[in-house]
Design a binder for this molecule. Structure first.
Ligand code: NAP
Ligand code: G4F
Length: 324
């Protein structure tokens, strides 16, 4: 079978790297939109040993021309729009930029698909943050949205634009409403990685405490490596659709900390300090997804439980910090 071309925006991010690895392993020619930065953003692709097997296309999602050129150069038949300003905390400090990248950026990619190859299949990285102030205890594809951050609002716009292009122009455009997913490649600013990095530093005598905000918040955490398979499965379906991707289990930040510290024989209560600087202007108190549709229609199910995920992340950070 001839290989397919795929384009990933956000290829240097956590999910972009795992998805690039998955698609290369499936025989795809993988292209990635790569925004120029003054620092190294390729470390995740190196970590998964896939950098040499992907082709990077210079461009920024805020630039319509970049999106069109990326479609032309890649000749992609599958497009995964993962690029975003994805940190919720920063979205209150940079709300307009978050709107431009995370919201309007998706429209730039949808337009590029519509102009260059309307037969290409499109994946939008939607998020459980769109549920925000939850309207149902367990969130599914039919739960009403109520975003609680500029990030959530920007993602909701991108989500509805994806639905709109599907209905207006008949694009094969799907949204994955993904709940939190983590890995050793998670950015250090997100709470799981902040915790696992701190556990490694404390264990190795390089730090004493870990300062956190609201540790009563609850999240439905899964493993990024599992979640990129769901993205790919959505684009293999005859009909585009929207899917919740989650584990179906929710845990407090406090209990996630307990697991991480216990893995190295420490008690989180001896090290965690609550610091109001890390409280958010508006909090998403709890998220809990119902992955029933993804299981029934895609045959997808989360394989990695939270304990396995967090211990994997602590072990990776112990190795990383020990080498510093
Ligand atoms: P991430 O690690 O923060 O990666 C974001 C990616 O977007 C990076 O490659 C970044 O490039 C790129 N990017 C940012 N601004 C850009 C711009 N102006 N032009 C081009 N590229 C730009 O995010 P992630 O965790 O992999 O998440 C992937 C996607 O899924 C995001 O859209 C996120 O919002 C969404 N999502 C994530 C989760 C989760 O729990 N991880 C859950 C639901 C939805 P640089 O490396 O150059 O900064
Ligand atoms: O790890 P977080 O920053 O992730 P958050 O806000 O849930 O967003 C992530 O998941 C979304 C899917 O639901 C994605 F769309 C989004 O792109 C991102 O990947 O925070 C998780 C929870 C929050 O309730 C936060 O208030 O942890 C709480 N928390 C408590 N102390 C903290 C801290 N979060 C961070 N980042 N840092 C803290 O010190």
């Amino acid at each position: 079978m001839a290989s397919k071309n795929a384009l990933i925006t956000g290829i240097t991010g956590q999910d972009g790297a795992y998805l690039a690895r998955l698609l290369v392993d499936k025989g795809y020619q993988v292209f990635g939109l790569h925004a120029r930065r003054s620092t190294d953003t390729l470390w995740r692709l190196r970590y998964l040993d896939v950098l040499d097997q992907v082709q990077l296309i210079d461009g920024d999602l805020c630039d319509q021309g970049s999106a069109i050129r990326a479609m032309q150069k890649s000749q992609a038949v599958e497009v995964y729009n993962l690029a975003a300003q994805s940190f919720v905390g920063t979205s209150w400090e940079q709300p307009a930029l978050t709107g431009q990248v995370t919201g309007l950026g998706a429209t730039h990619m949808l337009e590029a698909v519509r102009i260059v190859n309307p037969q290409a299949r499109f994946y939008q990285a939607s998020t459980s943050e769109m549920f925000g102030l939850i309207q149902e205890t367990v969130q599914s594809e039919t739960t009403p949205f109520y975003p609680r951050s500029p990030y959530g609002a920007a993602k909701l716009y991108a989500h509805w634009m994806t639905v709109n292009y599907r209905e207006s122009f008949n694009l094969h455009a799907s949204s994955g409403i993904l709940f939190n997913h983590e890995s050793p490649l998670r950015g250090i600013e997100f709470v799981t990685r902040k915790v696992t990095d701190a556990v490694a530093r404390i264990k190795l005598g390089k730090a004493k405490e870990l300062r956190l905000g609201n540790i009563d918040a609850k999240r439905d955490w899964g493993f990024a490596g599992d979640y990129v398979e769901a993205m790919w499965l959505m684009l293999q379906q005859d009909t585009p659709d929207d899917y919740v991707v989650a584990t179906g289990t929710t845990t407090t930040v406090r209990d996630m900390c307990r697991i991480a510290f216990a893995h190295v024989g420490l008690n989180h209560e001896d090290h965690v300090v609550i610091d109001p600087r890390f409280y958010r202007p508006a909090e998403v108190d709890v998220l809990l997804g119902n992955p029933g549709k993804a299981e029934a229609k895609l045959g997808w199910k989360a394989k990695t439980d939270l304990e396995t995920l967090i211990t994997m992340m602590v072990d990776a950070d112990l190795a990383r910090v020990a080498k510093e």
